[in-house]
Write a protein that binds this ligand. Structure first.
Ligand SMILES: Cc1cc2nc3c(=O)[nH]c(=O)nc-3n(C[C@H](O)[C@H](O)[C@H](O)COP(=O)(O)OP(=O)(O)OC[C@H]3O[C@@H](n4cnc5c(N)ncnc54)[C@H](O)[C@@H]3O)c2cc1C
Length: 543
């Protein structure tokens, strides 16, 4: 590797990086090197729609961040996992495909004062450009891209009941959450497609990088931990990284691109001397650019469950064990059918508990008693979980260095419920989730509310419950925010260029100024695609 120069070198090989790299190589003929710390391949089970659940609490392809103790959560520090594999989040995630609302991107454009750049109209071609949708086409969807998008191959009884109950409460059925409007209840599309008669995950590696295998302009090194951006005379010129014990450097002829995900991109910037001066000095790091906004503006979607046990066999409990799992596996392998062809998270409701037109909550229906690493106080059994995910939290968290050692994880302060309004909306939605459970068909099928428990009704007790159970929806964003010239806390400008350093851009979810109202894989890919256009324009290629 030593000596070889690439037009662009990218730190991190996740959702955004892979999208951007694909376009830089395929559409514009640049040479690109991706340095990804994780493995090139995940596991066969991870490719199956239902398989990812088996890895959610394991560290094979995830890095677990224990957030700092949160006083407002009774001292608890929720765990937030991030990806560690080529393809990043898209290779490990729950595959829900959601862009967010038109207003989200229009608010970015307004914030930037650009009106056009980064607006929904500006981003739509980027979303459509990568998409190979199995059901929808113009005006909102693409069918010619490589990222396969489709519905679950199987719907649980609970999913169907959820759509009936929500409609009987007055919510419209919405066939396409990424279409004309987001409001309503419906089936979510996912990033999976069918190859050789089998439904499998469509991640950024498979969709964007694998088709370029053999193209000399794309090189990917996995197991490569980037430690530092090399800056010379105010200009980023390369990356310092390690493969096992071997320390290496690589130079970029044109630019260095940062795409290590919201936590690790901020960490990498700070380790490289780009961040809040005092914080960096406290670890003995030379300050190359005093950027007070690095590590600020952290946002994440978070959710609180209501869990009920059913009277009979209901939902996916036990489907992954014993003889059931063998039958389900065979059904998948032989007929591409059955519960293995779904992630299990099939339906959701977008709505505003305050009655407004713009949803503030994504209320997922999960057809199991949904427990994870953080939440283990209910016995697994047949039942359902409705989990209220706050779409635009007002609270902001931080990412700071723990030490100057690149081997240390950063200190993450998630600050869930750091703003009282976030708690207020979540409490209202938690109560509404109970209302849905009290509506037919659920009313006759559910036996008992396991959590929080029907007896818990007052605000104080429910607030405590929220503190004990709130968990991430896995969407950390915004730690290196994009902003206008006059925003001292912005780290990158509207062309994603880092302020105060030449030849350096951030191209992943860290640049998000305001978190979009939905799952963040599609936005990450949209940002990656848009980044490629901006870069190409700035290097004299039409985009
Ligand atoms: C468990 C889980 C479930 C999720 N479910 C969904 C879902 O259903 N739908 C959805 O839309 N979104 C989901 N997400 C979120 C979504 O996948 C992410 O928001 C998105 O992938 C972020 O893209 P990114 O490019 O910003 O970062 P990532 O895709 O995370 O990419 C960052 C990459 O950089 C690498 N990296 C980090 N540090 C270094 C370093 N120092 N050197 C080299 N490489 C480095 C990482 O290993 C990673 O591969 C989920 C995420 C997780 C973790």
């Amino acid at each position: 590797m030593a000596g070889k120069e690439y037009d662009f070198v990218i730190a991190g090989g996740g959702s955004a990086a892979s999208t951007c790299a694909m376009r830089l190589v395929r559409d514009f003929g640049f040479s690109v090197l991706i340095l990804e710390r994780g493995p090139r391949e995940t596991a066969p089970l991870m490719k199956m729609p239902a398989g990812y659940m088996k890895y959610l609490n394991r560290e094979d392809f995830l890095e677990m961040h224990h957030t700092v103790p949160q006083p407002q959560l009774g001292g608890r520090g929720p765990i937030v996992p991030v990806a560690r594999a080529l393809g990043g989040g898209s290779a490990v995630n729950a595959m829900v495909y959601m862009r967010g609302q038109k207003d989200d991107y229009d608010s970015w454009a307004n914030w930037l004062g650009s009106n056009q750049e980064w607006s929904y109209a500006d981003m739509l071609p980027h979303f459509k450009g990568v998409e190979q949708n199995s059901r929808f086409s113009e005006p909102y969807h693409g069918i010619a891209g490589n990222l396969r998008i489709s519905e679950p191959g199987y719907l649980s009884e609970a999913a169907e009941d959820y759509m009936k109950a929500c409609q009987s409460l007055g919510h419209p059925y919405n066939p396409d959450f990424n279409g004309e409007r987001q409001n309503g209840v419906g089936v979510m599309q996912h990033t999976y497609g069918t190859w050789n008669g089998r439904k499998e995950r469509s991640d950024a590696k498979k969709a964007y990088l694998d088709p370029l295998a053999g193209n000399e302009n794309l090189e990917i090194v996995t197991g490569a931990q980037v430690d530092r951006i090399i800056v010379e005379n105010g200009r980023a010129v390369g990356l310092a990284y390690r493969v096992g014990p071997e320390v290496r450097t690589v130079r970029a002829a044109r630019e260095v691109l940062v795409a290590a995900g919201t936590y690790n991109s901020a960490k990498l910037m700070m380790l490289s001397g780009l961040g809040p001066a005092e914080h960096l000095r406290s670890f003995g790091i030379d300050v190359l650019a005093d950027l007070p906004g690095v590590g600020e503006n952290l946002q994440d979607h978070h959710e609180v469950p209501v869990i009920a046990a059913a009277k009979g066999k209901y939902g996916y409990f036990g489907e992954d064990r014993g003889l059931k799992s063998v039958i389900n596996g065979l059904e998948y392998l032989l007929f591409n059918a059955g519960p293995v062809t779904t992630t299990g998270i099939e339906t959701c409701l977008f709505y505003d508990p305050d009655g407004g037109d713009r949803p503030t909550i994504q209320l997922y229906c999960v057809p199991i008693v949904y427990l994870d690493r953080d939440l283990s106080s209910a016995e697994p059994t047949w039942g359902v979980t409705f989990t209220s995910c706050l779409l635009r939290p007002k609270a902001r968290g931080t990412v700071k260095l723990r030490s100057a050692d690149p081997g240390d994880k950063p200190l993450v302060n998630c600050n869930f419920f750091g703003d009282p309004d976030d708690l207020r909306i979540t409490l209202a939605s938690l109560r509404y989730a109970r209302e849905i459970m009290a509506t037919e068909p659920f009313k006759s099928k559910l036996k008992v509310e396991l959590l929080p428990g029907a007896a818990m009704t007052d605000d104080a007790a429910l607030t405590k419950f929220c503190g004990q159970t709130v968990k991430t929806n896995y969407h950390p964003s915004g730690s290196l925010r994009m902003g206008p010239e006059n925003d001292p806390m912005s780290v990158v400008d509207a062309r994603l260029k880092v302020r105060g350093v030449d030849n350096l851009r951030v191209i992943d979810c860290s640049i998000i100024p305001l978190i979009p109202s939905g799952n963040t894989n599609a936005p990450a890919m949209g940002i990656g695609s848009k980044a490629a256009s901006l870069i190409a324009q700035d290097h004299g290629k039409a985009a």
